[in-house]
Design a protein around this ligand. Sequence first.
Ligand code: GLN
Length: 538
Amino acid sequence: MTTKTKYIFVTGGVTSSLGKGIIAASLAKLLQAQGYRTTIQKLDPYINVDPGTLNPYEHGECYVTDDGAETDLDLGHYERFLNVPTSQANNVTTGRIYQSVIDKERRGEFLGKTVQVIPHITDEIKNRIQILGNSGDYDIVITEIGGTVGDIESLPYVEAVRQLKWELGENNALVIHLTLVPFLSAAGELKTKPTQHSVKTLMESGVQADVLVCRTEHELPEDLRDKLARFCNVTKESVIQSIDASTIYDVPNLMLEQGLDTIVLKKLDLESNVPNLDQWNAFLQRHKNPVSEVTIGLIGKYVELQDSYKSILEAFIHAGAENEVKVNVESVHSEYLNGDNAKAMLSHLDGVLVAPGFGERGIEGKIDAVRYVRENNIPFLGICLGMQMAVIEFSRNVLGLEDANSTEMNPETKHPVINLMEEQKNITDKGGTMRLGAWDCEIIKDSIVDGVYNSKIIDERHRHRYEFNSAYKQQIEEKGMLATGLNPETGLVEIIEITNHPWFVGVQYHPEYKSTVANPHPLFVAFVKAAQQHNKKK
Ligand code: GLN
């Protein structure tokens, strides 16, 4: 199709949380649906080398790629929309940029020169943007610049965009600026001034926005579009409204109606066709017209924050649509759950998912939740820490190993049924040192997961330091909790399930990272199906 990769930069103004990631993913979907090989990259202006060391309270979920990068959760949206895996190259932070420039300086690569923000940091940013384009794998690279224009930490990125846009030349790069058009209820009016100021702030750095995407709670009237076009040096057709949607999966169609893809392709001098969204719309159709309903409990310690379990919530949306069932996810705070109130809090649920996590807070509640669902035949899915809690619960209450624990929570436990992996024992650095990314897993025949995956070898993404302690495998299996997925090289236990239970599965990996609109994750699909069956029996 195209010979030269074209670049689209997405910047944000006025306020954060306008949904740049969803706009970038929606535009990418429309371009992909016209046959353009498209990828999205996120540049984050903070100094952490990656978000792996950030608390979910600060940054929401940490998303993990096949190649083991710990990344911003927007990469999850990119994968869910495009169904194309992302990698380390798709998320770059200021910390990583500086780290590589400083490493080069120490190696003597700039010998004799003063190392400066311009050109050294900006060159590194430009290189990182072009890595994906130069791979030859993509016709279009969309680069989302995190943060808000005008922030001190965004400046080098905006400068890199200015230089690159100039170097790439006309029709090869463009800037989409996302802003807010607020509605002032006292005045009864939508206001354009914040957008005007934001576009000017961008111009102070020498960057002219080519397209404006305006987040709004109300339709933008024609005269207001005229006004924005006039004040912001863009054509009227380049003023696109992004009105609040009931689901993020509506945004590609909303952008299509507004002609975002057409205007972008025109400016990039690329042919514009009708995007084929058949599969996408079939998903939306199923998502919006469920024939039944289930309620699944999500047991975690960050339940008050939507973003902390983003990929899990999205995986339920995909699996729900696949089963034509509405999945209500009920958040249950593990710190407030115990053996006495478990029945009151869980008995009405059709399924229970015990969430991943780190540290001791809330784990006893998770263990009590596992006990309740195990004893009461409620479908269960345990992810990572959730799987580890299931092993601890089984060891304590079925094997009678009272003190059983993970050495993460109690290093002195007499029964370390979950313990540190051998290769983790000498690691002291916290950043980027876990077992990360895609690993193979061999499925044991005639298990629940054998029916779920229909494949002998699967690969799934990991992010943890602790593992099932194989010294306890035999005892645990004898009592009916089976290891049904093993890493073929190391023998590490990746999946456990219980035989005399309708549906009880724990996985050491994170299936939620691989669930997409086009490919709902089979484990979530099967779990939702089991919840449906439980619901029918009630
Ligand atoms: N804290 C556990 C470990 O490191 C589980 C991690 C997780 O749930 N992602 O092994």
